[in-house]
Design a protein around this ligand. Structure first.
Ligand SMILES: NC(=O)C1=CN([C@@H]2O[C@H](COP(=O)(O)OP(=O)(O)OC[C@H]3O[C@@H](n4cnc5c(N)ncnc54)[C@H](O)[C@@H]3O)[C@@H](O)[C@H]2O)[C@@H](O)CC1
Ligand SMILES: Nc1ncnc2c1ncn2[C@@H]1O[C@H](COP(=O)(O)OP(=O)(O)O)[C@@H](O)[C@H]1O
Ligand SMILES: [K+]
Length: 505
């Protein structure tokens, strides 16, 4: 699914109206009818509905919802803020329609606003500003926002919480943005919904398909996408009936150090559960027995060092390489990692400490082979690129790094994003907070290694792995709950996740 900018959303509305022979007022009516259905499904008539509308089309949507709810016998009050004395055409038409049906509780505010008492049972519909917001809210609007936010009422925002920009909120004023419990987004989600710091502002969000031109959306160019199950399903290659293990590649995992054998075991197990033909784990001498016993399906190759990775490996017999889980931060390990990069002509994943080494050796960044996959969490990324003030800035800088290195970056988090060297960003929707536990990232590295070994392109390996990793996390949550979930549970759920995504739906 694409994510378009607010400007593109406006163009999409205009294109739909012009090309698909639909009047703008009817498009608004469709939006309002879906919004009303959603509200009625969640709240019955015992709740008072207080609607705050602005002078633009977001306000128009809100006023149309007021009429629809009123005609369904809900108790509705409307406060329309018409400070400039100018309403958009469709907003004005909806005010007329509201009055024509004998609506009693309409208040138009041009200067002073006497706010109603809001209680915890009230439902506030926020239709002050939508995609037309052009600067942070201030003055009277900021006061209205603060008053709504201070109330106990449940807040439903139309399209996006008033005051929130669709993409970049770096210069926004957080106190002056509505904090919604539910955001009903028109046609497509907004980029800012996917950022952790906006969780309390956006609340739960849902997209309503009002019938904006599919042609326009298909043609529109955007770097931002949300990956959907059917896309992943189509990327997975079927296995030939005559397949043998040689068809699915031999991967090498350089992982573990003394005291962190677990990371190598988790990554290896996940890798073996994700279709690899053969797996070799390269690990220090002291970890040999534990890896051998814990993952009997894998071959174990000893490093020269007793305790950590200290010497690069000959890669002639491998189709893909992952370095990092649990390798630790010894200087010798860092040097072995850099040497390994020089010799690496096969698809490569760098994770965890194999990324941390670059924070202290930035001049070695240029040694990373093109098309390598880097899998940092926020902390690991910022050790390389420096502290960022917000998610948009972090995403922008990660895109720059990806383009500069010509590498793939899998920036891990609640909505893990796969960033390609061409600048595309694929956000993930699977996964849950139960996965915020040590070792979950090692599992992801193992899955990516398995896919690279099987010949998947870097981009597809990242997108499939991230999706399936989250899906397995969701299955594990159903089994054990978020609190008890461990990285091992994600691995145990991988078979069901792979079955789910490969079975034809
Ligand atoms: N026909 C259409 O175009 C459709 C529009 N829709 C709705 O229309 C919304 C977009 O409508 P508009 O483009 O009218 O934009 P908005 O309703 O978001 O607001 C636009 C008005 O607010 C003013 N404004 C912007 N920032 C401000 C600020 N910081 N302080 C004070 N005033 C400010 C603008 O000058 C303009 O007058 C969408 O979010 C969606 O809810 C939907 O009904 C779908 C159909
Ligand atoms: N709230 C969340 N929702 C979805 N996925 C999450 C959440 N928290 C963590 N994850 C996933 O769990 C993994 C954690 O990886 P990482 O931070 O590298 O852990 P570790 O280093 O302990 O293995 C990432 O893939 C991340 O996307
Ligand atoms: K709004």
């Amino acid at each position: 699914m694409k994510i378009l900018s607010c400007t593109q959303q406006k163009q999409a509305d205009a294109y739909t109206i012009a090309q698909e022979n639909i009047l703008s007022i009817n498009l608004m009516e469709k939006a309002a009818s879906l919004l009303t259905d959603e509200i009625c499904r969640r709240w019955d008539k015992s709740h008072r509905i207080i609607i705050f509308a602005g002078s633009g089309n977001n306000g128009g949507d809100a006023v149309a919802v007021a009429r629809m709810l009123f005609l369904k016998n809900y108790t509705v009050e409307v406060y329309l803020f018409n400070i400039t004395g100018v309403l958009s055409d469709d907003c004005m038409k909806n005010v007329q329609r509201l009055q024509e049906c004998g609506f009693p509780n309409y208040h138009e505010i041009s200067n002073s606003f006497d706010p109603p008492q809001l209680t915890k049972d009230d439902i506030v519909i926020d239709g002050l500003f939508g995609s037309g917001l052009n600067k942070p809210l201030s003055g009277g609007f900021a006061s209205v926002v603060k008053y709504i936010n201070a109330s106990q009422a449940t807040v439903v925002s139309i399209d996006l919480p008033s005051g929130l920009m669709g993409e970049d909120n770096s210069n926004n004023i957080r106190q002056n943005i509505i904090r919604a419990d539910l955001t009903l987004s028109i046609q497509l989600p907004k980029l800012s919904f996917l950022f952790a710091e906006n969780e309390d502002i956006v609340g739960e969000w849902k997209v309503l398909d009002i019938g904006i031109s599919k042609n326009f959306i298909e043609e529109a160019s955007t770097p931002y996408f949300i990956t959907e199950a059917n896309e992943i399903r189509q990327l997975i290659k079927p296995r030939s009936r005559f397949a043998h293990k040689g068809n699915f590649g031999h991967g090498l995992l350089i992982a573990g150090s003394y005291g962190m054998a677990g990371a190598s075991i988790l990554a290896a197990r996940a890798c073996l559960r994700s279709g690899i033909g053969l797996l070799t784990v390269h690990t220090p001498v002291r970890n040999h027995d534990i890896v051998q016993t814990s993952v009997p399906e894998a071959m174990v190759q000893n490093d020269v060092h007793e305790l950590y990775f200290a010497e690069p490996v000959d890669l002639d017999n491998f189709q893909a390489l992952a370095i990092g889980p649990g390798i630790g931060q010894e200087e010798e390990t860092a040097l072995a990692t850099f040497d390994q990069l020089k010799e690496c002509f096969i698809p490569l994943v760098l994770d965890a400490d194999a990324l941390n080494v670059f924070s202290t050796h930035r001049n070695y960044l240029n040694r990373i082979p093109k098309r390598t996959i880097l899998t940092p969490h926020i902390g690991e990324l910022e050790r390389i690129i420096g502290r960022c003030n917000n998610s948009f800035e972090r995403l922008t800088k990660a895109k720059e790094l990806s383009a500069y290195l010509q590498c793939y970056i899998v920036l891990k988090g609640a909505h893990t994003v796969v960033i390609t060297p061409e600048g595309n960003c694929y956000f993930n929707q699977t996964g849950n907070p139960g996965m915020a536990t040590g070792g979950s990232g090692d599992v992801l590295t193992g899955i990516i290694l398995a896919l690279l070994s099987q010949g998947y392109s870097q981009e597809n390996a990242c997108r499939i792995a991230v999706y399936v990793h989250g899906l397995a996390g969701d299955i594990a949550r159903n089994r054990v709950g978020e609190i008890s979930l461990t990285a091992g549970d994600i691995i145990e759920a991988l078979p069901e996740a792979w079955k789910n995504i490969t079975e034809t739906k």
